[in-house]
Design a protein around this ligand. Structure first.
Ligand code: CMC
Length: 426
């Protein structure tokens, strides 16, 4: 077998051979296939459904088999045995840390959790009902003005510093955005606490001298952060890479990723799932709702995935974590509707034929709600979890000699070379 593809252009009768490497051909190799006077052949791929945009050694997904691995470690093992900061280290450095490396890494992150007071003032400037994702996006982007040295993206030590800063500050920014909405005073980081405990304390602490979260709930939230830590070339990571390809600083690139994550087809889906479950209200209404979905009136939120054509492995872990959380908090009444909805959908021909299974967002919202998070905070939690992944992918991009500024082609469908008409004649 030769690793090449022979293409016959039926317009000209000419044949071309292009190399196949790693199961792909290079789109640029198609340029040579041209009819005289016309540009060379290109591919048309809205939504990048069959186009690899990079080489990456961070995350492996086999969507048909329902496999997800970070740096070669199955997500199930990481969720069971690891912590979020350990997983962040793994994603960024390619290896699990030794005890000494983890201690240093934990120290580095803890050291950077505080925000410049002007960032607090920036958040104070938002309206009382501003969505926390909007506040997070703006404040992360604003960090580029506080750390102008972040523009030195080709300096490895500098990248390390900005990465630690951003991972450290995300929970503080998320918590400040949350407290702003409620009109509650901001709670400063308590660096005696773990990453996840500290986040919970900044969100929920009131007058008590120190906030004590139930360790089972801390563990569940840590697992959720691990499950969201990376997912190869998803919409927001693609946004980070695309914006990062202009060689802008990482805060601006991650700000773009947060914008992409905000959308209801991506990270905003968990918020949409709860709204949907609430609207359905009782299990009796499920058949009518499913009929509406099948008729194309709306989507079953939390179902379907571009890559997984099988049960999302993250959804399985979350379903189990939900049981652990509900053992502490009591069962979320919407769970009954979600379980029944899943049961019906998994048996229904519409969903079976299209290989639509629950994704990570189907059950995560129920846990977040049980942990007392309001729905607007769900995507913020996703963003905090995804930050190490965005940064690992950004770091890879910056060091990849093959990468160029992202600049897709288009198929132009508009007018050509028209004569300008003065406004009086239009
Ligand atoms: N409910 C009903 N029908 C659906 C759904 C759904 N949730 N998802 C896909 N379909 C149908 C779709 O209408 C299409 O049907 P047909 O072939 O008759 O036109 C078929 O399934 C294939 O769907 P697609 O739109 O080509 O799939 P996609 O890969 O472009 O979209 C998706 C993937 C995740 C955007 C989509 O499944 C969706 O909108 N799901 C609901 C939103 C959601 O849960 N998003 C979270 C994704 S996981 C976390 C994350 O990425 O942030």
């Amino acid at each position: 077998m030769t690793d090449s593809l022979t293409i016959r252009d039926n317009r000209t009768g000419r044949e071309f051979e292009v190399a196949i490497t790693d199961g792909t051909i290079r789109a640029a190799d198609l340029k040579q296939i041209a009819v005289e006077g016309e540009p060379g052949l290109a591919t048309y791929d809205p939504g990048f459904v069959n186009t690899a945009s990079c080489r990456s050694a961070v995350t492996y997904i086999d969507g048909d088999a329902g496999i997800l691995e970070y740096r070669g470690y199955p997500i199930e093992q990481l969720a069971e045995h690891s912590t979020f900061l350990e997983v962040a280290y793994l994603l960024l450095n390619g290896e699990l840390p030794t005890a000494a490396e983890l201690e240093q890494w934990t120290h580095d992150i803890t050291y950077h959790t505080f925000l410049h007071e002007n960032v607090k003032q920036l958040i104070e400037g938002f309206r009382y009902d501003a969505h926390p994702m909007g506040m997070l996006m703006a404040s992360v982007s604003a960090l580029s003005t506080f750390y102008p040295d972040a523009r030195e993206i080709h300096d490895a030590d500098n990248r390390k510093l900005q990465i630690a800063r951003l991972i450290a500050k995300m929970p503080t920014l998320g918590a400040f955005a949350y407290r702003h909405q409620l009109g509650k005073p901001y709670v400063y980081p308590d660096n005696r606490l773990s990453y996840t405990e500290n986040f919970l304390a900044m969100l929920f602490k009131m007058s008590e001298p120190s906030y004590q979260a139930d360790p089972r709930l801390v563990k569940a939230l840590d697992i959720l952060l691990i499950l969201h830590a990376d997912h190869e070339q998803n919409c927001s990571t693609n946004a980070v890479r695309s914006v990062g390809s202009s060689e802008v600083d990482p805060y601006s690139a991650v700000g773009a990723g947060i914008g992409a994550l905000f959308g209801p087809l991506h990270g905003g889906a968990n918020e949409a799932v709860l709204a949907m479950l609430r609207r359905i209200g009782t299990t009796d209404n499920i058949p009518g709702f499913i009929e509406g979905v099948k008729a194309g009136k709306e989507k079953l939120m939390g179902f379907g995935h571009r890559v997984y054509k099988n049960y999302d492995p993250r959804a399985k872990i979350i379903k189990k974590a939900a049981d652990d959380v509900f053992a502490v908090t009591g069962v979320n009444p919407l769970l009954e509707i979600a379980l029944e909805l899943e049961k019906i959908a998994l048996e229904d021909e519409y969903f079976v034929k299209r290989k639509l299974y629950p994704n990570v967002d189907f059950y995560s919202g129920l846990i977040y709600e049980a942990l007392q998070f309001p729905p607007e905070m769900f995507t913020v939690l996703f963003a905090i979890g995804r930050t190490p992944g965005w940064l690992a992918q950004w770091s890879e991009l910056v060091q990849d000699k093959e990468q160029k500024i992202a600049r897709p082609k288009q198929i132009y469908t508009g007018h050509r070379t028209r004569e300008f008409t003065p406004i009086s004649e239009r």
